[in-house]
Design a binder for this molecule. Structure first.
Ligand SMILES: C[S@@+](CC[C@H](N)C(=O)[O-])C[C@H]1O[C@@H](n2cnc3c(N)ncnc32)[C@H](O)[C@@H]1O
Length: 264
């Protein structure tokens, strides 16, 4: 994939400057917190997707040719810019962007960067919480969730998106190095009609990941293993082969009964 053909050149240039790679394995809570603040707030784009991730998002938007796309979590606008640029290339589509902290956290950088790129025509921006906006949006064909990163709030975002997303549409989630988001994806794949698409190359397995896989394979051989061990133990995240950015395609509407639940 040649990102430079698919993304605005200035975006590639800025994003390429000194971005830290996502961790490849589980890390401690303390390390997680310190990494969260390891962002370069002085640069034009911060807390942003990487160039290959931006290119993947843009490629998906070009493939789906959405009439309406949604993004929750804009920050300095890197992913919004790559989606708006792809819509421009498609010659159709409106991109709805939600970020309640655009002014307070991102200091307006997302909107400023989108304006500077001349890509406001297809933009519908909301400085509000997703629950106040998503239910009123038109049907969606693509959504990108890169917002609070907390398990419950990310599940809330997913549920809100799912209610507006067409069957055949795609929801993408970012920062799958984080256990909270791994649990969100596991929950969706176990309980909802979604499948992972063209999976990004998973990072090389660490010794810890190999041990977890080995333990999972062993436990799975025990009789009625699923009654005794959580899905995460039997099929650890590393064995799913998913990378830091996941695209989930909606394969059907929600037809579950009131007491259905698959542990994940
Ligand atoms: C990692 S940044 C998004 C980066 C952006 N997608 C990009 O690649 O350029 C996360 C953003 O989510 C926003 N955010 C935090 N909590 C949120 C919430 N509960 N709902 C929606 N957005 C939230 C923050 O203001 C921040 O701008």
């Amino acid at each position: 994939m040649q990102p430079s053909h698919e993304l605005p050149a200035f975006l590639v240039e800025h994003l390429s400057r000194g971005q830290a790679a996502a961790p490849t394995g589980a890390i401690s809570q303390q390390e997680l917190v310190s990494r969260t603040f390891e962002t370069d707030r002085g640069s034009q784009f911060f807390d942003a997707v990487s160039v290959p991730e931006a290119a993947e998002i843009a490629a998906e938007v070009r493939r789906l040719r959405p009439e309406h796309s949604l993004e929750i979590g804009c920050c300095s606008g890197a992913s919004a810019l790559c989606i708006l640029h792809a819509l421009e290339g498609n010659g159709r589509g409106t991109h709805h962007v939600i970020d309640p902290f655009q002014t307070s956290y991102a200091r307006g950088a997302g909107l400023a960067n989108i304006r500077a790129a001349g890509l406001t025509e297809r933009l519908d921006f909301h400085e509000a919480f997703p629950e106040a906006v998503v239910p009123g949006l038109p049907r969606l064909q693509f959504a990108f969730i890169d917002a609070s990163h907390l398990f419950d709030l990310s599940i809330l975002d997913f549920v809100l998106v799912d209610k507006r997303l067409d069957v055949g549409g795609v929801v993408a989630l970012h920062d799958l190095w984080m256990p909270s988001l791994q649990d969100v994806v596991r929950c969706i794949l176990a309980n909802r009609s979604y499948r992972a698409l063209h999976v990004q190359q998973a990072p090389p397995a660490t010794a810890r990941a190999r041990l977890r896989r080995w333990l999972g394979a062993g436990l799975s051989r025990l009789p009625r293993a699923a009654d005794f061990f959580r899905g995460e133990l039997l099929q650890p995240w590393e064995s799913l082969g998913l990378g830091n950015l996941v695209f989930l395609e909606k394969t059907g509407e929600d037809t579950r009964g009131w007491c259905d639940h698959v542990r994940f």
